[in-house]
Design a protein around this ligand. Structure first.
Ligand code: G
Ligand code: G
Ligand code: MN
Ligand code: NA
Length: 254
């Protein structure tokens, strides 16, 4: 309960920031976008992981204003990059379950885009399988509304949610992000290779892009390239970083 109060104060005091982690195409060596990741900086400079405070923010409902702030901030930053770098930098935002089911959610996304004057196709929303499973029909309708708005949709941590693959027919998404649990040992573990190959196959069959998360080594890069999955993200390329370091990273990398 104490944490809820601290979170509320932090939101008012502007103690939240967004870091951004590049996503790349390792075959063409292009930056394909960035993922916004929330950070909470304490007065003493320590930073608290969202893994700790997102669940609390969800239980207390504070995730609604906090999630709204993340959307607005990420859209404004993407627009700022587009202008300063003279190239589009698509931004992905993690959406929580409670946020996703709010009746006002689609309108809030539209509002954030309009306020930032950001083209909808430069915003990607990352959702998880677990958000889709309890009420698949409603979730499917929600995804359809968001698609209609023009934003991109991806399923985060794909493969960990125990959802039926047949659901993918019902859910109009643009990308599957293979969870890093399947990437970690992909250079040595044949079952992980089989799983990654299966997801890539599903992506090809259903015309859904596939990205591998948690790439940490050059060997993993090579294996994923060999398997036909050039879209990647992970510490090997870049750790999440403050917005003002992205430009320098792009310059160094390309
Ligand atoms: O960046 P890090 O590894 O600390 O993130 C931990 C978890 O918090 C991840 O599952 C990530 O998706 C989630 N997360 C990070 N930023 C946000 C955010 O802005 N909103 C939501 N709902 N989850 C986030
Ligand atoms: O659940 P989600 O995929 O949104 O979680 C994203 C989190 O994963 C980020 O907070 C980021 O810090 C973390 N992350 C990103 N790349 C890597 C990586 O290569 N290895 C590990 N262990 N974590 C990563
Ligand atoms: Mn994510
Ligand atoms: Na993920």
């Amino acid at each position: 309960y104490r944490l809820v109060g601290q979170l509320r104060a932090a939101l008012q005091e502007g103690a939240f920031t967004l870091h951004y982690q590049p996503k790349v195409n390792a075959a063409t060596h292009e930056l394909t976008g960035v993922e916004a990741l929330l950070r909470w900086t304490l007065p003493d400079g320590r930073s608290v992981s969202p893994a700790e405070f997102i669940p609390v923010a969800e239980e207390s409902g504070l995730i609604i204003p906090l999630g709204q702030w993340v959307l607005s901030e990420a859209c404004a930053q993407a627009r700022a990059w587009q202008l300063s770098l003279n190239r589009p930098v698509p931004v992905a935002v993690n959406i929580s379950g409670l946020q996703f089911t709010q009746p006002e959610f689609v309108q809030q996304v539209r509002g954030a885009l309009e306020a930032a004057q950001l083209s909808p196709h430069l915003l990607e929303l990352e959702i998880t399988e677990s958000m889709l499973v309890p009420q698949p029909q409603q979730a499917s309708e929600r995804l359809r509304q968001l698609r209609e708005l023009g934003v991109r949709l991806s399923i985060d941590d794909f493969g960990t949610g125990f959802s039926s693959l047949s659901y993918l027919k019902l859910f109009p998404v643009d990308m599957l992000k293979i969870d890093r649990a399947f990437v970690r040992d992909v250079t040595t573990d044949r079952s992980d290779v089989a799983i990654v190959e299966a997801v890539i196959g599903i992506g090809q069959a259903l015309n859904i892009q596939v990205l591998a998360e948690g790439i940490e080594t050059q060997q993993q890069v090579q294996t994923l390239l060999d398997l036909g999955c050039p879209d990647m993200q992970g510490y090997h390329f870049a750790r999440p970083m403050p917005a003002d370091q992205i430009q320098a990273w792009i310059t160094r990398w390309s």
